[in-house]
Design a binder for this molecule. Structure first.
Ligand SMILES: Cc1cc2nc3c(=O)[nH]c(=O)nc-3n(C[C@H](O)[C@H](O)[C@H](O)COP(=O)(O)OP(=O)(O)OC[C@H]3O[C@@H](n4cnc5c(N)ncnc54)[C@H](O)[C@@H]3O)c2cc1C
Length: 280
């Protein structure tokens, strides 16, 4: 941080974009500043603080939960609108992110743009089918899945808002995180979302993060659960399949073998909770 010479606080997205382009590789956007303060590389000489942009609202828009990129994780966690969205799953996840002090500073935009492989926010938002609006000379809204596939682009555009779609009737979501201590980042996290149809599960989305790679869908398990009833046998075979197909690797937090065991536990817990809520 000692290399920083200029601190800008633009009041419009256009101005922020102009500064970002002028600064090029030596400029960095600041959301809550949690990561920037810790990891800003030495070539950064200009910080562009987004705190004065009008991006702090949380609202329901045609049934979708829409949050500005500047909303802090605490504001999102405490919002009554968040509590009303899919049994408050976003708040359930956020309570497990970092510590209250860090959540008071960290922003929604920063939580996505930092693309931490163990991010709980990214894992859950992928399972929910989140869309992200970015400004890069013009506004554009894309699926979070697509944004992460093009990793890198996310760093040169300005995230303005995040949209969680209207859930179909009888849609259920569950999130599970495995940590050594309460404030630690996870050894693995998992989010499952499905709609309970008349003939079985529909639109199943299963995401694992911290594998140790960033949140990624396990399509083989999704396909195995789609159109099945969520009974004990289906949950068990999904758990076994997840432990086989998860792209687990060793790192400092956990071994690949341990992650495979956790993957099965994550699926069992998430789907058991969903089955109980759905009365299956
Ligand atoms: C000790 C610790 C524990 C943590 N534990 C967890 C955890 O358990 N689970 C979890 O999910 N996360 C965890 N985190 C990560 C934390 O959630 C992120 O550090 C935080 O969300 C970053 O948000 P920020 O607003 O402070 O980002 P910043 O530090 O402001 O920015 C981070 C990056 O995003 C870019 N950026 C910021 N805003 C925007 C925007 N609007 N558009 C485009 N780019 C932008 C910045 O240029 C920078 O590259 C932890 C972090 C720490 C330090």
């Amino acid at each position: 941080m000692t290399s920083v010479q200029t601190y800008q606080r633009p009041s419009s997205i256009e101005e922020a974009w102009r500064l970002l382009n002028e600064g090029g590789k030596s400029a960095k956007l600041v959301g809550g500043g949690v990561d920037v303060a810790l990891f800003a590389p030495p070539e950064i000489i200009m910080l562009i603080d987004l705190a004065d942009l009008p991006n702090r609202s949380i609202e329901m828009r045609d049934g979708e939960l829409v949050m500005g990129a500047g909303v802090t994780l605490t504001e999102l966690l405490e919002s009554p609108l968040t509590a009303g969205y899919l049994d408050g799953i976003v708040a359930t996840m956020l309570r497990q992110v970092a510590s209250p002090l860090l959540r008071n500073a960290a922003s929604v935009g920063g939580a996505l743009a930092s693309t931490h492989p163990w991010s709980d926010v990214i894992t859950l938002f992928l399972a929910l089918g989140a869309r992200v609006t970015q400004y890069a000379g013009r506004l554009q809204t894309v699926l979070l899945d697509e944004l992460l596939e093009g990793r890198g682009i996310i760093d040169r555009a300005i995230i303005t808002e995040v949209i969680l779609p209207v859930p179909a009737d009888r849609t259920y979501v569950s999130f599970e995180k495995f940590v050594r201590t309460g404030f630690d980042v996870g050894m693995l996290n998992c989010a499952c979302r499905l709609t309970m149809g008349d003939d079985g599960c529909e639109d199943v989305r299963i995401v694992f993060g911290g594998t140790p790679d960033i949140g990624h869908r396990l399509e083989a398990v999704e396909n195995a659960v789609n159109e099945e009833r969520l009974d004990q046998a289906a949950i068990e075979s999904a758990a076994v399949l997840a432990s086989e197909v998860i792209p687990a690797r060793d790192d400092v937090r956990a071994s690949a073998d341990y992650r495979r065991v956790l993957a099965a536990v994550g699926i069992r817990r998430c789907f058991t909770r969903i089955a109980q809520r759905a009365g299956e």
